[in-house]
Design a protein around this ligand. Structure first.
Ligand code: ADP
Length: 214
């Protein structure tokens, strides 16, 4: 089974993907994570994308489609969860073609609905474990007082360069201008399920599982 999760920055796509990976053996393909890896690797492409990402703008379709193509050709798993991809109609068309080339199809698109004010609060308070990626929030899920990650015991935590209010406004604008048309695109293909992304983490998990098992 291959699924897409759509939603604005901060909708909880990363948190929920971890659950699907653990519970169903699916493979998460997050273009945001791939681009951050490219950035850290110091390659020419990494340097180009670093600035675009820090501003909160979208990287070109050509680059992200190339990254996804490479993964689809080399990674096997019990289905893919596409996170933060596709983000434009061009990427959506490309994904359809890439999956068809691999003899695969797309089974579901889950839209995570979250109120915009909540996004700002979530994102500006967000940090992650540098070792395992467990997500924390200064207000709703602070790093434990002993300074150790609850998932892996790691003691280093980091914040993303684009998790500040200015970049977030640009990310939101990019989302509404370029990505939100995908909601209509997949609705018209009868693939869209909407899930309330504001519930407790467990409730959101259940809603997603229900949508996938239907
Ligand atoms: P979030 O969903 O929290 O905004 P992501 O980790 O998915 O974060 O993406 C971070 C940044 O990486 C985006 O703001 C954008 O610059 C770049 N990016 C990620 N995926 C794509 C994509 N599919 N197309 C273009 N740019 C992307």
């Amino acid at each position: 089974m291959n699924i897409i999760r759509l939603g604005p920055p901060g909708a909880g796509k990363g948190t929920q993907a971890r659950h699907l990976v653990d519970a169903r053996g699916m493979v998460q393909l997050s273009t945001g994570d791939m681009l951050r890896e490219a950035k850290d690797s110091g390659t020419e492409m990494g340097k180009v994308v670093a600035e675009i990402m820090a501003r909160g703008e979208l990287v070109t379709d050509e680059i992200v489609i190339g990254l996804i193509r490479e993964k689809l050709e080399t990674v096997n798993g019990n289905g893919f969860i596409f996170d933060g991809f596709p983000r434009t109609l061009g990427q959506a068309d490309a994904l359809g073609s890439l999956l068809a080339e691999e003899g695969q199809s797309l089974d579901a698109v889950i839209e995570m609905e979250v109120d915009d004010d909540a996004l700002v609060q979530r994102i500006t308070a967000r940090s992650t474990c540098a070792n395992c990626g467990e997500v924390y929030n200064d207000i709703t899920k602070p790093v434990p007082a002993d300074g150790k990650c609850t998932a892996c015991g790691g003691t280093e935590f980091k914040r993303r360069a684009d998790d500040n209010e200015d970049s977030l406004k640009t990310r939101l604008m990019e989302y509404y201008k370029k990505t939100s048309p995908l909601i209509g695109y997949y609705y018209a293909k009868d693939m869209l399920t909407k899930v309330d992304g504001l519930g407790e983490i467990g409730e959101v998990q259940q809603a997603i599982s229900k949508a996938l098992d239907n």
